[in-house]
Ligand binder design. Structure first.
Ligand SMILES: CC(C)(COP(=O)(O)OP(=O)(O)OC[C@H]1O[C@@H](n2cnc3c(N)ncnc32)[C@H](O)[C@@H]1OP(=O)(O)O)[C@@H](O)C(=O)NCCC(=O)NCCS
Length: 356
């Protein structure tokens, strides 16, 4: 049976640093509030009208491919996780193939829409393709350009201050060394509260939200027309529905329960314990969530890697960026037991345990 190892990691963070003080200039917020509630000091924003979700992913991918010691034409399959794609369709997978200059059409490109847990979903899919023997090298990427779609007025402060831009990538590769690579991965979902962390306009729902089907919301659609119409109305724009919506405390409470649960599941699958973890890389949602999870699992501070202070929450990119940065800093070495875990919109959550 084949194993899936991480052969190379890459990351890309845009140069522009946006501090909490910078945000104080455009909305009613404070450095103190942001740091105390989230741990974030600054985040990166991509260069407007120049960089894109795909262009950042390209930089991270080139680094991962080079570090894996393969040629880009050896990539068999691309899995791209993002909630901020360049286009509504086609997805970023094919755009990345084009920007990387991969000319082989035998390469498949898959787009993942699982928000903060997107990279965990992508990694799990890659693992199955490698283990089945179908592919040898899979490029797994998470990239986000939030800064083009945030509400920079005070109305959006509960969400906007949290998010940042960036990309992370991994080459997942076939290995025949027993015990190396991904030991276990688990994925979960519960759509009951889908709209509590959502971005609903544009969309084809026409006011019929699945959690309130008997009470359609009047967004100003032309309901008399027998034909379809545009996905977004002026009323939706006025109400800011084209920005992310989050019920922060609700998300927080669920996240602190689900992270430890799913981490314990992958440990149990592998017959290991929390004390065996050399490095836990949690999705960088909030430093308080990470610290709660660390204490709940009885881990030391050295066993958990955080970089939200510098980059904010980069959604699907946060786990691969943190994974790459921990490795670059020498905090992850060959043979270490690494646990990746994420929770986010959907809600979806997951974890992967791997021997690096
Ligand atoms: C978003 C989050 C930081 C907000 O922190 P919180 O302690 O829950 O704060 P609340 O939303 O209850 O807001 C408390 C007050 O701060 C205010 N506030 C919100 N954002 C603010 C900001 N950026 N600056 C200043 N004040 C702010 C609110 O308006 C509220 O004021 P009020 O009491 O006068 O109504 C926190 O809930 C969180 O991190 N949740 C999880 C987020 C997450 O993980 N998201 C991604 C999942 S992948």
């Amino acid at each position: 049976m084949y194993q899936s190892k991480i052969a190379g990691l890459g990351k890309y963070l845009p140069e522009r640093i946006v501090t909490n003080k910078d945000l104080e200039q455009v909305m009613d917020t404070s450095d103190e509030w942001i740091q105390e509630r989230t741990g974030i000091r600054e985040r990166r924003y991509a260069e407007k009208h120049k960089e894109t979700t795909t262009s950042m992913a390209t930089q991270a991918s080139l680094q991962a491919i080079e570090r894996a010691g393969i040629d880009k034409e050896e990539v068999d399959f691309i899995i791209f996780a993002t909630l901020s794609p360049d286009y509504y369709f086609p997805g970023c997978g094919v755009l990345l193939q084009r920007e990387l200059g991969i000319t082989r059409t035998e390469v498949g490109a898959l787009d993942i829409r699982n928000q903060c847990s997107g990279f965990l979903y992508a990694l799990s899919i890659a693992d199955q393709y490698i283990k089945s023997g179908m592919y040898k090298n899979i490029l797994v990427v998470g990239s986000e350009m939030h800064s083009m779609g945030l509400d920079f007025s005070t109305r959006g402060r509960g969400v906007t201050v949290i998010f940042g831009d960036g990309a992370g990538a991994a080459v997942v590769q076939r290995s025949e060394v027993n015990g190396q690579g991904i030991l276990s991965s688990r994925l979960h979902s519960d759509g009951t509260y889908a709209e509590k962390l959502s971005f609903i306009a544009p969309g084809s729902h026409g006011g019929y939200h699945n959690d309130k089907l008997d009470q359609p919301i009047d967004y100003g659609f032309d309901t008399d027309s027998p034909y379809g119409e545009i996905f977004i109305t002026q009323k939706m724009l006025d109400e800011g529905l084209h920005y992310p919506h989050m019920e922060g405390q609700f998300v927080f409470k669920l996240a602190v329960t689900k992270f430890p649960e799913v981490i314990n599941e992958v440990l149990e699958d592998a017959g290991l314990q929390t004390s065996d973890i050399d490095m836990l890389i949690p999705h960088q949602a909030n430093l308080r969530i990470a610290s709660f999870v660390q204490k709940r699992l009885g881990l030391s501070e050295d066993q958990v890697f955080n970089n939200i202070q510098k980059y904010g929450n980069t959604t699907a990119a946060s786990v691969p960026i943190a994974f790459c940065e921990a490795w670059e800093a020498g905090k992850i070495k060959a043979g270490d037991l690494v646990c990746l875990a994420a929770f986010g919109s959907g809600f979806t959550w997951g974890a992967a345990l791997l021997r690096f």
